[in-house]
Design a protein around this ligand. Structure first.
Ligand SMILES: N[C@@H](CCC(=O)N[C@@H](CS)C(=O)NCC(=O)O)C(=O)O
Length: 225
């Protein structure tokens, strides 16, 4: 058996990317839940530069940054490939995977963590991100990876799950089926994959965690605003 440990948090979309990739590869690993308010010595040792999760530790060696971890997993365990063989298709898959990386914070934190005009601006930016994914990323494909789930799907997978929880808390809907029918369908296709379905965070737990963060932020804004 592989000596694999994943330091992460069940509340972190970056962590879930890695969990999904490991599970899709059929790998067993030990999961170590990190407390971001009290980072462990091991986390600081493994990721001294960014001090962030996730960290995958393979045979005692740490790999950090979720997108790099995904590439490492793909290269190390080629079964159930997440990337196509063709160099051009691979480049396209990596483009959307990078897009997922570049835009995650804009989409996630923008409308969740901002208020007033800044939030309105963030909503517009968020819609533009979804539009790009719908029109240029997915097109007529079932998954970003084509007929089967791939690297970009795993990178973007949080949208299929988190976004809806965030929307419910904030009371703003971004991913409307009428506006983004293909992307909406993709969220269902993603969650229908049995390995993904069996490995989703508990919605109530997520809701409680994110709601407490959101309420804390509203209190903060009411003091500074
Ligand atoms: N670019 C990093 C981002 C990871 C990230 O932001 N992790 C958050 C949790 S979701 C974290 O560790 N935050 C702790 C901190 O910023 O101190 C990746 O893709 O792995």
């Amino acid at each position: 058996m592989e000596d694999l440990k994943l330091h992460g948090s069940i509340f972190s979309p970056f962590t879930w990317r890695v969990i999904w990739a490991l599970k899709l590869k059929g790998l067993n690993f030990e999961f170590i839940q990190e407390d971001m308010t009290n980072k462990s010595d091991l986390l600081l040792k493994y990721n001294p530069v960014y001090k962030k999760i996730p960290v995958l530790v393979h045979g005692g060696k740490p790999i950090v940054e979720s997108s790099i971890i995904l590439e490492y997993i793909e290269e190390t365990w080629p079964q159930n490939p997440l990337l196509p063989v063709d160099p051009y298709e691979k480049a396209v898959a990596r483009f959307w995977s990078k897009f997922a990386d570049d835009k995650i914070l804009t989409l996630y934190y923008g409308f969740f963590m901002k208020v007033g005009e800044e939030q309105e601006k963030a909503v517009q930016e968020g819609l533009e991100i979804l539009r790009n994914l719908e029109e240029h990323g997915l097109g007529d494909k079932k998954f970003f990876g084509g007929e089967t789930i791939g690297l970009a799907d795993v990178g973007l997978g949080w949208i299929a799950y988190w976004l809806n929880v965030l929307e419910e808390i904030v009371g703003i809907k971004l991913l409307e089926e009428s506006k983004f029918p293909r992307l909406f369908e993709w969220t269902n296709n993603f969650k229908e994959i049995s390995i993904i379905k069996e490995n989703l965070p508990d919605r109530d737990e997520m809701m409680a965690f994110l709601k407490s963060r959101y309420d804390g932020l509203r209190v903060f804004f009411s003091h500074v605003g």
